[in-house]
Design a binder for this molecule. Structure first.
Ligand code: ADP
Length: 267
């Protein structure tokens, strides 16, 4: 049991639910992550029981965020994902910039100034093609484990051009390319290019402030990181736990820690 946990944050996302516990200095001391259950209220109750085993029985300050935040009944506050992601990344990285969060069913671009305030944001939540869902669907179609997709893309320098701008049509395009004998590696690299181009176009509409930072589950895909850096013509920085940034920000808000950049106090 970790008695040093002083506050909790829950990010109930459309694809995964994350819970983070922080110490009084804002250090990420504990986390728990599960795929989001359709019975989300029951799942959130279970998360709280797990956190009590870890942090002790006393009620700790709790902030809920994410798509299901209104279902986090015991939360003291519910705060948008945009605010929580900006808070979490500013605390860890110690500077502003452009945060691109690529989640399971939406992608957000958040511009953060050097005091940690949000100056602009744009979001794609209408179409799977610019989100993690796109890679999930094509990984499934190609029978490649999702975690291995990035390595397959990076194993090839050549790429197939994917013209479909919709996940469903991209799936049939893949089937037809394979039937015509095209290499899986080239197709997978082309699919990453297609996803990243959509995301970089979204980021450019927000107006990029360097440096670019990446969060969300898809940030764990090395090919997405490399191709994004190529498309934007700049380095892409990664927090230590990209998928936990929103829940971490929620826990920091619950803790009430002043917003000061503390790059030296990494997660
Ligand atoms: P949300 O907050 O919207 O629920 P997450 O930020 O948790 O979403 O990201 C979920 C997405 O991350 C999934 O669509 C999945 O495709 C992707 N993902 C998760 N783990 C990995 C991994 N190891 N490699 C590549 N993609 C991953």
């Amino acid at each position: 049991m970790s008695t040093e946990i002083e506050a909790l944050g829950i990010d109930a996302g459309s694809t995964t639910t994350k819970m983070v516990g922080v110490t009084s200095s804002g250090r990420l001391a504990w986390h728990h992550l599960e795929p989001t259950d359709p019975q989300i209220e029951e799942q959130l109750r279970r998360f709280l029981e797990i956190s009590r085993k870890e942090a002790g029985p006393a009620a700790l300050p709790l902030v809920g965020t994410g798509y299901g935040r209104n279902l986090v009944q015991p939360a003291d506050r519910r705060v948008t994902e945009i605010t929580c992601h900006a808070r979490g990344v500013f605390q860890e990285m110690g500077h502003g910039g452009t945060l691109i969060d690529i989640g399971g069913q939406d992608t957000k671009v958040i511009l953060i100034d050097n005091r940690g305030s949000i100056v602009n944001f744009v979001m794609n939540d209408k179409c799977a093609a610019g989100t993690g869902r796109f890679l999930e669907v094509v990984a499934n179609r190609l029978r490649i484990p999702l975690q291995g997709m990035g390595d397959v893309a990076l194993s090839s320098r050549e790429e197939e051009s994917i013209s479909s701008t919709c996940t469903v049509f991209a799936e049939s395009e893949i089937v037809s390319l394979i039937a015509r004998g095209h290499s899986t590696e080239h197709i997978v690299r082309g699919l990453h290019r297609s996803l990243v181009r959509r995301i970089s176009a979204l980021a450019k509409t927000a107006g990029l402030i360097p440096p670019v930072m990446l969060s969300g589950g898809v940030a764990q895909n090395a090919a997405v990181r490399d191709i994004l850096s190529e498309e934007l013509g700049q380095k892409v920085l990664l927090p230590r736990y990209p998928q936990l940034v929103g829940a971490y920000g929620a826990a920091l808000i619950a803790l009430g820690l002043p917003k000061t950049p503390q790059a030296e106090q990494r997660l």
